[in-house]
Ligand binder design. Sequence first.
Ligand code: NAP
Length: 218
Amino acid sequence: MKILIFGATGSAGGSVLRACLASPAVAEVRAVVRRPLSLDDPKLRVFVHGDFLDYSKIVDAFAGVDACLFCLGISATQVSGEVEYRRITHDFALAAARALRAGSPEATFHFISGQGSKVESRFMWARVKGETEKDLIAEVAAVCWRPAAIDGVPSRSEPKMFKILRPLFRLLSPFRNLYIRGEDLGRAMLLAARESMRGRILENRDIRDLADRAEGRV
Ligand SMILES: NC(=O)c1ccc[n+]([C@@H]2O[C@H](COP(=O)([O-])OP(=O)(O)OC[C@H]3O[C@@H](n4cnc5c(N)ncnc54)[C@H](OP(=O)(O)O)[C@@H]3O)[C@@H](O)[C@H]2O)c1
């Protein structure tokens, strides 16, 4: 498979990238990032890009891929308000999904959402993520992933609280609805990509089930 990934410099995306690079089922990984990646690998092609609403300068990145794993995102605590949160969460993802549809019409689009996303939520972040899921499913039959706590690689951009809490996350590992290892999330996404899954919302428990099924298959 040829995989396109967003958010590879992040905690979730960094783990998903590692799962892609480790997988014999993946021949090539293309990462669209705004700053260079510290990783180097013969399977990896990096596209450093500035405007996440307009991909016309990097159409090559979107051509001939099997799936896009969209792991780019931000915490609502790191933005000025709903306008900025919506631009990064919703508008960036929709722009990438449309560019994918143009460059690789058969490819599947996978969006990392989050546990608790809901269109009618009273929480701004959950409402915006819920609306993003709804629009992505309507436009490109996206698969929307709702992980709980992701035990991912440390990242420069993640909220400081996450760095402190990460060791505590592992106490949650026996609870299948509360915890997922970052690389297991990546393997689950790869299995879903391999099976051409479309138009689904996957809760943390579903992701853990898929990751178990992915063992030895991706
Ligand atoms: N971590 C968790 O436990 C968890 C749980 C559930 C859902 N999620 C969701 O997973 C997604 C990723 O979270 P994370 O924990 O991996 O966060 P993270 O470590 O902060 O990574 C965020 C990624 O998004 C990129 N990004 C953020 N704002 C950007 C912008 N304005 N322009 C371009 N790129 C931008 C970052 O790029 P730079 O490196 O260039 O900043 C980085 O690659 C988010 O949507 C989050 O809500 C996370």
